[in-house]
Design a binder for this molecule. Structure first.
Ligand code: FHN
Length: 510
């Protein structure tokens, strides 16, 4: 009898706990313009994107002419924002295009450089916030066609990179200071504006001061839509569009319309890849919608900011675009203003991105004549030399089952794990911790290990075990890698074996 009572009490508490958990489940917000797909895209185009590993970004436009300096004064701000630096008048800036004649520009040279660097895709600025179009758009006069240079730069980029087997993505800024109908209305990321939006008080932040302005914004919307369709018509081989500047309240307020444009672009260009910076849901949520689902194909929030762990990326695809100096995308003549990353830094970041299932994209800002700067040339070469030896640890390689260890970063492809050693131990013996296998009673052992640079097998010594059953291996680092000054990679193959084969862990007797 006692037993039955205990059983009934237990059953009741389990049932009530379950009911409580269900009540706790957040109700989903009904959305018309939130994520249209829950979870990752699984089609071939997106699968290809996922395998890129490393990309190149290029910020190029008329801002490359002043290069952050005007009348002997230097702007500490980003060079591509020079129009709003206060050092140049709008009129002066808006006439720079009349001088744009990059005599040294050779898209083939850039594409070959990108190929040597190991980039699998390029993102090219067709139009930055200033509105200047690097293609001969028929919807504005503010284009490359009206410069002394005249020729279509976007086309040359698309063709040259495609010839090197590098996929092309077009950067497009929603912000367009050159269009009379463009209105900013404030940044939706500001907490005050966001709060009002989410409380349904969107009207408070009416960005339009007059009816006339509101009407003109409709022109801007048609203009933007026309330009996007034009880019897809002109460059049908591109793989995707990389949007920027979509944080303006006026744009966010038009979320249903923006959504319809996105769907139109996708219908026109099957497989098109668009990141989370194009549109918001109807409550002004950007990147992820009111239900926490990613808007569009990959997360674009990791600009100049790598995630630290897998939890931060929430099982979404993502990219990280990175400047070489701290915050200069376009050409700035003076790179002494901030820390300039080394090739070593960028390679480590590339591995970090791939180990957390993202792509890493290095930005270049060519000068007004069409040359990459010497520092960029050196960095591209060093990254490329490293990728030629060790790229296997990047392309198609993702998060590994090894936990993060002090010596560096690991990635995984199938049952092969790449140990990228950025912090070589003083002992010249790499201690590698291998986790317990998922199957009870089994452990992982390192079956073999190879140094990628030489193809030579590594010696694998027993490095002990810990209480939790994790096994350690000691891998001696050969003389030729001890002082090479470069990060190196060891490819190891794991094998799952019954624990018995490896011997039981012996507790210390104290
Ligand atoms: O304002 C721009 C900036 O100039 C640059 O183009 C970057 C590249 O991602 N996007 C914006 C800032 O997030």
């Amino acid at each position: 009898m006692k037993k039955i009572t205990v059983f009934i009490i237990l059953l009741c508490s389990i049932l009530s706990l379950e009911g409580f958990a269900q009540n706790e489940k957040k109700e989903r917000v009904p959305l018309k313009h939130g994520a249209h797909q829950i979870g990752k895209r699984t089609d071939a185009a997106m699968q290809r994107w996922r395998e890129y590993g490393l990309g190149q970004f290029i910020h190029w436009g008329v801002y490359a002419i002043p290069g952050g300096q005007w009348n002997g004064k230097t702007s500490g701000g980003a060079a591509e924002w020079f129009r709003s630096s206060g050092l140049i008048t709008n009129e002066e800036y808006d006439n720079l295009y009349k001088q744009f004649n990059p005599a040294d520009f050779d898209a083939v040279r850039w594409a070959k450089q990108a190929k040597q660097m190991g980039a699998k895709y390029v993102i090219f600025t067709t139009k930055h916030h200033d509105g200047f179009c690097m293609w001969p758009s028929k919807y504005t006069d503010y284009t490359i066609a009206n410069t002394p240079y005249k020729k279509d730069i976007v086309k040359q980029i698309v063709d040259a990179y495609a010839a090197e087997g590098i996929d092309v993505y077009l950067y497009f800024s929603i912000i367009d200071w050159s269009h009379t109908g463009y209105v900013s209305g404030g940044n939706i990321n500001s907490p005050e504006i966001k709060k009002a939006f989410q409380a349904g008080e969107r009207e408070i932040f009416n960005p339009f001061k007059t009816k006339e302005q509101e009407k003109k914004y409709e022109d801007f919307k048609s203009f933007t839509r026309n330009q996007l369709l034009e880019l897809l018509d002109n460059y049908p081989t591109i793989k995707g569009l990389w949007f920027d500047g979509s944080w303006d309240v006026a744009w966010v307020k038009n979320a249903p319309w923006v959504d319809s444009v996105g769907l139109e672009l996708r219908a026109k260009h099957p497989g098109l890849i668009i990141g989370s910076r194009f549109r918001s849901d109807e409550y002004g949520n950007r990147h992820v919608d009111a239900n926490g689902d990613l808007i569009d194909d990959y997360d674009q929030r990791f600009e100049r900011n790598l995630p630290n762990n897998l939890a931060e990326v929430n099982d979404n695809d993502w990219d990280c675009v990175m400047t070489i100096p701290e915050n200069q995308w376009g050409y700035h003549r003076d790179w002494t203003l901030t820390y300039v990353k080394t090739a070593y830094d960028l390679i480590e970041m590339t591995l970090q991105a791939n180990s957390l299932d993202g792509n890493f994209v290095i930005n270049f800002g060519p000068d007004g004549k069409g040359n990459m700067r010497p520092e960029e040339n050196r960095i591209a070469k060093s990254v490329g030399d490293w990728m030629a030896k060790y790229g296997e640890a990047v392309y198609g390689a993702h998060h590994s089952i090894l936990e993060k260890q002090d010596w560096g970063i690991s990635t995984q492809k199938g049952d092969e794990i790449y140990l990228a050693v950025f912090n070589k131990p003083m002992s010249n013996i790499l201690k590698v911790k291998v986790p317990r296998a998922k199957t009870r009673g089994n452990v992982y052992v390192i079956e073999n290990a190879t140094f990628l640079s030489t193809g030579k097998s590594a010696t694998i010594n027993d490095g002990g075990r810990n209480k939790a059953g994790a096994i350690f291996y000691d891998i001696p680092i050969p003389a030729e890698l001890q002082n090479s000054g470069e990060a190196f990679v060891i490819k190891v193959k794991l094998k799952e074996v019954p624990q018995g084969e490896k011997g039981a862990y012996q507790q210390a007797i104290t």
